[in-house]
Structures are given as C-alpha cells and as structure tokens.
Design a protein around this ligand. Structure first.
Ligand SMILES: [Zn+2]
Length: 302
C-alpha cells in the first residue's frame, strides 16, 4: 500500500487532536456544570438542614415550656386539691365531733345540770334512770340504804376515800330522795318549824336536787349527827371547799345565795369541768345562766 505524503498525515493528526481536544473541553464544561449543580444542591440541602434543626430546637423549646407549664399547673392543682382535701377532712372531723357530742348528749339526762327553783322543777314522777347503793362504810348511818345516781357513785367514793387518806372523815348523811320522801321530809320540817321556816331551807318536793340523784348531804364526826351551819367550822368542810371540785362536786347554796339558806353540807355533782370552772371563778352553780350550764352537759362524766 502506498504511504500518504507527510503533509496529509500531519493534517489528519491535527484534525484528530482538535476533535479530541474539543470533546475534552465539552466534557470538562459539562462536568463542571454538574459539579456546580451538586454544590448548589448540597448548599441548599445544608441550609434546609440548618433551618430544620433550628425549627426542631424551637419545637423542643416550646414543648419543654408547655410541659413545664403543664407540670406546674398540675402541681398547683394537686396543691389546691390537697388544700380542699384538708378542708374536707376538717369538716368531716367537725361533723364527726358534732355527731359524737350529739350521741353523747342523747344518752345524757338533760336534767343533770338544770337549776331548780320555784319556777323550774322536776316532775313528781321523775326518777333517775340508774341508781346505785352507796357502800355502808361511807354512809353516816347504816339504818337505811342510801342511793345515788350510778354514774356519780365513783366520783363520790373517790372523793371520800381521798379525804379519808388525808385524815379527813367524810360521810354521806343523805343522797337520793324520791318525790314522796322529799314531800314527807318537808311536812316533817313544817310540823317542827312551821311552813315559813321550812320553805327557806328545805326545797319543796319537785325542785329538790336530791330527787335528781346527784346531790349529797355530807357530814363529819363530832357533830352528833346534826347538820347545821356549824359544819363550816370543820376540817371536813375546809377540805371540801379546797378539793370537792376535783371530783365534780360543788356547793349549791353558799352564803347569801338568794335561793335557800346557807347549806355548807349540801354538794351537787356537776362534773369536774364545770365544778373546776366555778371554783376557779369563785362562782356558784345558780349564778350561771341555764344556757351556760347546759353547755357543760356533754362533758359532765368526762
Ligand atoms: Zn341536801
């Protein structure tokens, strides 16, 4: 085969090289464009990511603050509920205390702290629900069995035993008296002294504290069995003035009481609280109004 002349070969190579160079240039341009596109996509992706992250952070912050608010609102609610529960418990406590008091009162004789006078008195059929025998050892006389309201007996026995332990002799001279006994006693007094005098120191039947079963006449040795105002010269009387309130007893008719003559021997059980308050205030039972006295009924045997 015949070889082309050198010029033709040179031209052909130049053309081929030019074509290759053009193809390379086009490829580089195209690649460059692609790379730029990828860069810009990456940049925009990175921007999006950044704004998404920021949005996410904002969302997290918002969620956190919402949650905190919800927690603190819940805590406040719990606090308020606890407060309400406390109030409710107090109310339940108050109600249950009131119910307990009502239950106690329903079992207590409403007459126990009544003031007896010529306008308020016990029915002739009134008899205490429970009476107990007073031990003969503390009765001044054993001729007749004396009775006292059952709930009062332990207080009486305790008082007399304590007095005795300090060398003070105290005995019961009279305790519960029925309407008929009081009536008979009154007519005896009237026969002896005449009705004017009898009215001043012996309660008419029907308003005697003795019919209530909570009053006792106390006596000591050395008086020959006679109860009169000389009882207040005895150690027994002094002991009673200083100590009877601790056992719930109070002197119904102190000097100048406006009801009956002075009866230093006559002591009525009114409960430790009322007797203590009377003692502390230097007052006597009949000085207080009936409403005040009734307020002590619920605690009379406490
Ligand atoms: Zn009496």
């Amino acid at each position: 085969m015949k070889t082309p002349p050198i010029e033709k070969q040179f031209i052909a190579v130049t053309i081929a090289l030019t074509v290759i160079a053009l193809a390379l240039a086009v490829s580089v341009w195209w690649l460059n464009g692609k790379i730029n596109t990828i860069y810009s996509e990456l940049a925009s992706l990175s921007k999006e990511t950044a704004s998404s992250t920021a949005a996410l952070q904002t969302n997290i912050n918002e969620a956190h603050s919402t949650l905190s608010n919800a927690i603190s609102a819940a805590e406040q609610n719990v606090g308020s509920l606890q407060g309400q529960l406390g109030n409710f418990q107090n109310q339940v406590g108050n109600i249950s205390g009131a119910v307990t008091n009502l239950q106690k009162l329903s079992q207590l004789d409403p007459e126990l702290l009544k003031k007896y006078s010529k306008v308020y008195f016990l029915n002739e059929n009134y008899v205490p629900a429970h009476l107990s025998e007073i031990p003969l050892a503390i009765q001044y006389s054993d001729v007749k069995q004396m009775l006292i309201r059952t709930e009062v007996l332990p207080y009486l026995e305790n008082m007399i035993a304590t007095a005795s332990s300090t060398g003070v002799a105290l005995y019961v001279d009279s305790a519960y008296r029925s309407f008929d006994e009081q009536k008979a006693l009154k007519s005896d007094y009237q026969m002896v002294y005449g009705s004017g005098a009898a009215n001043s120191f012996s309660a008419n039947q029907g308003y005697s504290e003795h019919q209530l079963g909570t009053a006792v006449d106390l006596i000591t040795t050395g008086l020959g069995g006679q109860l009169d105002s000389s009882f207040d010269k005895t150690a027994a009387y002094q002991w009673l003035v200083q100590n009877a309130y601790k056992y719930g007893f109070t002197m119904s008719y102190p000097p100048d009481n406006g009801y009956y003559v002075y009866e230093p021997w006559h002591w009525r059980f009114v409960g430790v609280k009322l007797a203590s308050d009377l003692h502390a205030e230097g007052k006597y039972f009949y000085q207080l109004d009936q409403q005040t006295l009734d307020g002590y009924l619920v605690t009379i045997f406490d």
